[in-house]
Design a protein around this ligand. Structure first.
Ligand code: G
Ligand code: G
Ligand code: NA
Ligand code: MN
Length: 254
């Protein structure tokens, strides 16, 4: 509870930061997009991990204002980079289940874009497989509304949520992200290797791009490249970094 009230003031006191972790093409190593990941720079406790405060934010409902802040800040930063003349790839913001259930989510997203003066194609959303599987008909309707705004959607943590393939086909999405639990041992575990191959094949047959999460080693990268995975995200390419560092990475082409 102490954490919940501290988190409430953190939003107002400007203690939250957005870090960026690039996703890179496995063909040419270019940055295709990035994932926005919130950080809490607590004045006394130092950096508090989102793994600790996102669940609290979910339980208390604070995830709604927090998520809205991340959305607006990410749009503001993207628009600022574009104004400086950067050719920035899209940035994906995570949506929690509770945000995805908000009836006015499309209006919230549109308002954030308008406030920043940002083109919808510069923004993407990441939604977990379990979030969309919770109520498929509602999810399809919501995804259509987001699609109509012009925003790309990635299905996050794929492989952990028991998607029915029939449902998957109905979701108007653009990208599957293979959960890092399946990526960890791909170079050594034949079953994980088979799962990753199957997800890559599934994604391509549905005309989706596929990103492997949590890529940390060269052998993982080689496996993914050999098996036609489109993109990678992970510490091997870059950790989540502050905005200025991400901009520098884009500027140098890394
Ligand atoms: O960045 P890190 O891997 O430590 O994040 C831990 C968890 O917090 C991940 O599951 C990530 O998806 C989640 N997370 C990070 N930023 C956000 C955010 O802005 N919104 C939501 N809903 N989850 C986030
Ligand atoms: O899918 P989700 O949004 O939960 O994942 C984001 C989380 O994954 C962030 O907390 C980020 O810091 C973490 N992450 C990103 N790349 C790697 C990696 O290569 N290895 C590990 N262990 N975690 C990673
Ligand atoms: Na994510
Ligand atoms: Mn994920």
């Amino acid at each position: 509870l102490a954490l919940a009230s501290a988190l409430r003031s953190a939003i107002d006191n400007g203690e939250l930061r957005v870090f960026y972790q690039p996703k890179a093409s496995l063909c040419d190593g270019r940055v295709t997009s990035a994932e926005a990941l919130v950080r809490w720079q607590h004045p006394e406790r130092g950096m508090v991990s989102p793994a600790d405060f996102i669940p609290v934010a979910e339980d208390t409902g604070l995830i709604v204002p927090l998520g809205e802040w991340v959305l607006r800040e990410t749009c503001r930063q993207q628009a600022a980079w574009i104004a400086e003349g950067f050719a920035v790839p899209p940035v994906a913001v995570n949506l929690s289940a509770r945000q995805f259930r908000q009836e006015n989510l499309p209006q919230t997203v549109r308002a954030a874009l308008v406030a920043a003066g940002l083109d919808p194609h510069c923004l993407q959303l990441e939604i977990t497989e379990s979030t969309v599987m919770h109520d498929v008909d509602r999810a399809v309707a919501m995804l259509r509304e987001l699609n109509a705004i012009g925003i790309g959607v990635a299905l996050d943590d794929f492989g952990t949520g028991y998607s029915s393939l029939a449902y998957l086909k109905r979701f108007p999405i653009d990208q599957l992200k293979i959960d890092r639990a399946f990526v960890r041992d791909i170079a050594s575990d034949p079953e994980d290797a088979a799962i990753c191959r199957a997800v890559i094949g599934l994604a391509h047959s549905l005309d989706l791009t596929v990103v492997a999460e949590g890529v940390e080693t060269r052998p993982q990268l080689e496996f993914l490249r050999a098996n036609a995975c489109d993109e990678m995200q992970g510490f091997l390419f870059s950790r989540p970094v502050p905005a200025a560092e991400y901009a520098a990475l884009l500027a140098t082409g890394r």
